[in-house]
Design a binder for this molecule. Structure first.
Ligand SMILES: [Ca+2]
Ligand SMILES: [Ca+2]
Ligand SMILES: [Ca+2]
Ligand SMILES: [Ca+2]
Length: 488
């Protein structure tokens, strides 16, 4: 399942007033669209069953290969010392001698003053087996160690990572629907997260994204208060708390994404509104005050809005918007000033129950790629770039139980290419599929890791400063965070 379905490539032109008049789905070759779900069903706006998302986890935001990155200040990933675990300098790897090592054995390095055992990999091993814990990043290995759990707010719905106190260590923020608040868990830089510091937000907060928004070193956050038709702009105070500004948006905001829409004043945001089936953009003045634009009706026959992602779809070099829900997606060109140019839209019906979305660049071509939770599947859209009509190819991964809560595109194997991280809600596991950097993934070698009951969201960041991203999953069943630390 590593090839993309070329038959799904689609490009269409729309104007806003005609957005729903051309039933583009009927004109599409069938290449993944399934008909079991009714994309006109207004229940797709139900945030409890259709937790849409875009992700702005720091690993993606700070990935120089992504197009929406606009800030390097305070980036713990790039600022941290990554010499630990460097296979070229780590002296603890002297036992990998193929002439003396038996196949894939665990040996003790006599020169290691700690005396600890380590596992080595025999390059002559015909199975090509890789070994976790030897501080070597080997092809397609997926290695995480149990980093423990931390209690968080009740009714948790989402998690994002960022450096909210500006100390250079990644922290995480959790939305709690029951508590109508967010919890910030400060990281110690060694993989541990502290107990939550809460800040009140609106009713039924379903989504959170994090980034530096105010021009200082402390990361800030945007929260979608689904039942209030607002977002909370949370400007960090540098100590784990926030100053909240409430911004009115459309009916039932459920999807959020950060990106620089106007190439000025730092990160802006977009919000997908499930109830009003539209989206807003909002420009940052550089100090964390946002002015909304829109609402923008979706292009094409997109008739549900569950998620939105800002990124470059390769028209004009501006930041564009990918969005959708139910069975349809579209992408609309940004004009570079926060407004949208519906003369240049593209989209299709490659999906069934599209929910949360996250952006990335899986083949390093600079064009936005997207992964969306789609029922039991993780559906990847590969941007084709080039011109206004290039469209997206797509492929699916899974099924993973009956519901993927959230999926991300981020490098968690340390190879530099985006991997797929998908949360299987029913089985309470997170699935990691290694990417090859060329739009292929090694699904057959996917690894799963246990997390807390009823996992609802996932974030990726280097919590322990070893240079390889770690994974944090928030679970509503246990009201906790599960930490998975990279162990290459
Ligand atoms: Ca921090
Ligand atoms: Ca800030
Ligand atoms: Ca901006
Ligand atoms: Ca790490």
């Amino acid at each position: 399942m590593t090839r993309f379905n070329h038959s799904l490539t689609l490009a269409l032109l729309f104007v806003p007033v005609a957005a729903c008049t051309d039933d583009t789905g009927e004109n599409l070759p069938n290449g993944g669209f399934t008909t079991g779900e009714d994309s006109d069903d207004p229940t797709t706006a139900d945030p409890t069953t259709n937790n849409p998302a875009t992700s702005n986890n720091p690993a993606t935001t700070n990935n120089p290969s992504t197009t929406t990155e606009s800030s390097s200040t305070g980036d713990p990933t790039t600022d941290s010392d990554t010499t630990t675990g460097d296979p070229t300098t780590d002296s603890d790897t002297t036992t990998g001698d193929p002439t003396t090592d038996s196949d894939d054995t665990t040996t003790t390095d006599p020169t290691d003053p700690t005396g600890s055992e380590e596992t080595t990999d025999d390059p002559t091993d015909p199975t090509g087996m890789t070994e976790c814990g030897n501080d070597e990043i080997e092809a397609n290995e997926i290695c995480f160690a149990d980093g423990g759990t931390v209690a968080t707010g009740a009714g948790a719905t989402d998690v994002a990572a960022g450096d909210f106190d500006g100390d250079g260590n990644f922290d995480v923020i959790v939305t709690s629907a029951t508590g109508t608040n967010v919890s910030v868990h400060l990281g110690d830089g060694a993989g541990a997260l502290a107990a939550g510091l809460t800040t009140a937000v609106g009713n039924n907060p379903q989504r959170v994204v994090a980034g530096e928004l105010s021009g200082d070193t402390s990361w800030d956050a945007i929260v979608a208060n689904t039942d209030d038709d607002t977002v909370s702009v949370l400007i960090a105070d540098g100590a784990g708390g926030f100053t909240e500004t409430v911004v009115a948006v459309g009916d039932q905001p459920v999807g959020l994404s950060l990106g620089d829409l106007d190439d000025a004043n730092g990160l802006d945001f977009a919000v997908a509104n499930a109830g009003s089936v539209d989206y807003h953009t909002a420009l940052n003045d550089g100090a964390g005050t946002f002015t909304t634009q829109g609402p923008w009706a979706p292009a094409g026959n997109v008739d549900a809005m569950a998620g939105i992602v800002l990124g470059s779809v390769a028209v004009g070099g501006t930041t564009d918007a990918f969005y959708g829900g139910g069975g349809f997606y579209a992408a609309t060109n940004g004009n570079g000033d926060g407004t949208m140019n519906f003369d240049v839209s593209q989209g299709g019906n490659a999906g069934n129950t599209l929910g949360r979305m996250d952006g990335g660049d899986i083949n390093g071509d600079g064009d936005l790629d997207v992964v969306a939770a789609d029922g039991p599947l993780a559906r990847v859209y590969l941007g084709q770039g080039g011109d206004a009509n290039a469209g997206f190819q797509n492929d699916t991964f899974g099924p993973f139980g009956t519901t993927v809560s959230e999926a991300l595109l981020a490098d968690v194997t340390g190879e530099g290419d985006d991997d797929i991280i998908a949360v299987d809600r029913d089985n309470a596991v997170v699935v990691v599929i290694s990417g090859n950097g060329d739009a292929t993934f090694n699904e057959g070698d996917a690894q799963t890791f246990d997390v807390g009951a009823t996992p609802e969201g996932v974030a990726v960041a280097d919590l322990d400063g070893d240079g390889v991203s770690d994974i944090v999953v928030v679970s509503s069943g246990g009201a906790d965070l599960t930490i998975l630390l990279s162990n290459p």
